[in-house]
Design a binder for this molecule. Structure first.
Ligand code: RP5
Length: 283
């Protein structure tokens, strides 16, 4: 079974006091997160958001019915395996591999267990007006394409969910073109041209993370996992051919300077820090 790449991410944003658009979470102190921490008074709140309970095509059926889901396996077109290894099934429901979140059922997430996403991190060097790479503390400064999410207003990597049966490499391109290039608004011929150019550019990426995401939507029974890949434009000429335009789930888009001062959605700052380390850039 697959294993998460280096290091456990923290479990903080998925224990925030309120679930996004939902109820208050049952408070889980730092020393009661792991399932083997004794916590007899734990009474998590049940919550499935109305759009998920309405049984749309992107969501699983309610698990209390007759539905039989093949957890820890590829289940038809749905990959229900976790990058963390085999997760436990308790009372018929998958158990969050990191620990308690104060909410049970699926919240805003469609799938029981892992909900797989992909995060394309497009970077270039920040340059001054003479074209020289801007330096900070003796290291080059990077920029990445960031979107502002419509749901929380936070800045983020333009990632998204892997569709059923979709290859992650396709998700990376599709989400970038929908959210940062607004390809959805283009006429069909222009859309095809953008997609073909992106196909070339997205051919070579460096995988920097695969595993659990500390996403505010996580619950005890449903959680986000991602594959984050860096596409670096060394000369700054390649991605310069595209004009950025926010689309789909994004309300704004820009090149953002990479530094530890950034405040980003979910675990995205952790992914960005890994990119800075890989490129020996300032952080
Ligand atoms: C995060 O949620 C992932 O890292 C990815 O960026 C994102 C996918 O969810 P949507 O943007 O589709 O809501 O956990």
């Amino acid at each position: 079974m697959r294993k998460a790449m280096s290091g456990a991410l923290n479990h903080v944003k998925c224990r925030g006091s309120s679930y996004p658009g939902g109820p208050k979470r049952f408070a889980v102190p730092d020393d009661r997160v792991r399932w083997n921490d004794d916590f007899p008074e734990y009474k998590p709140i049940r919550y499935t958001a109305a759009p998920v309970a309405a049984n749309p095509v992107w969501a699983d059926p309610d698990i209390s019915g007759d539905a039989k889901l093949n957890f820890n396996k590829i289940d038809g077109k749905i990959d229900r395996r976790s990058f963390s290894g085999i997760y436990e099934i308790v009372s018929g429901m998958p158990r969050n591999p990191v620990g308690r979140t104060g909410i049970v059922e699926r919240g805003l997430l469609g799938k029981w267990g892992p909900n797989h996403a992909a995060d394309p991190i497009v970077t270039r060097w920040k340059r001054d007006c003479s074209g020289a790479i801007v330096q900070n503390e003796g290291k080059g400064v990077l920029e990445f394409v960031s979107i502002q999410r419509k749901d929380t207003g936070e800045w983020a990597i333009p990632g998204g969910m892997v569709d059923a049966g979709e290859d992650v490499s396709l998700t990376l391109k599709r989400e970038f073109s929908e959210e940062a290039l607004s390809a959805l608004d283009l006429p069909e011929d222009k859309k095809r041209a953008v997609e073909s150019k992106l196909g070339e550019l997205f051919h070579h990426g460096d995988k920097i993370y695969e595993g659990y995401v500390d996403d505010p939507r996580n619950t005890d029974n449903a959680w986000m996992e991602t594959v984050a890949v860096n596409f670096h434009d060394e000369t700054g000429e390649t991605f310069g051919q595209f004009s950025l335009k926010a689309g789909d789930d994004a309300k704004d888009v820009c090149w953002k300077e990479i530094s530890c001062e950034l405040r980003l959605y979910a675990s995205h700052l952790d992914f960005i820090q890994r990119v800075a380390k890989l490129r020996n850039a300032h952080f």
